[in-house]
Design a protein around this ligand. Sequence first.
Ligand SMILES: [Zn+2]
Length: 247
Amino acid sequence: MSVIETDPVAKLKAQVAAATRMLVMEGLLDYSGHVSARIPGRDAFLIQPGTAPRSSVTADDILLVGFDGKVIDGNGRPPVEIPIHVEILKARPDVQAVLHSHMELAIAFTMMRDVKLVPMRARAVRWESGIPMDLDPSHIKTTVQGQTLARSLGPHHAALMRAHGLVLVAEDVPALLVDAVHFDENARALMTVLTAGAQPLPLTPQERDQINRHEMREFHVGKLWRYYIDKARTAGVVDGKEALLLD
Ligand SMILES: [Zn+2]
């Protein structure tokens, strides 16, 4: 048995590092932004160092950070915007993984008068409870800012951050990556309709109910996680041995 199979923290580190690189590969993360994962049963989580390039971060780089924002294990300093992850993980015991990204299309929908980002595509039923917007346009550097953002997110699975980015929350790292892909697809769909000068036709409550009746989230997440691992392996973003461990 490998270390990854026997040590859940080692597996989580590998997932956080690989998901970060795969999100860069997909254009959903860039020079900034981060993925975090809660350590089950502890007031602590995994996240990359603030200055490590997102395009090459490895499991060995990943820091173990406490809910006080201090590094428990690992070399380097956490990201400056660590209060995003601390305060959301504290406020939402149901959340196991958090993404903060400066996703371009998400930001665009924080800068439009009278236009709201709503579920257009089938997979966007994930956000049918709402996509609130946090109104603080500055970087989230303080506990109070983090708490305000967590309150803006409330019980939802996504929140936009005015002129800055977004946060997504999910039950694990693979689901977080898949949500990021679908969030971007949905934002692109609405932007395409608006760019065409057409009137958007978001999913109706009846259509969302129908989609939810057929939803197989766990199956879908597993399928896409394996697809992106394979795509990343082919592109040289994940090596063959790592791919086997992540699958
Ligand atoms: Zn940011």
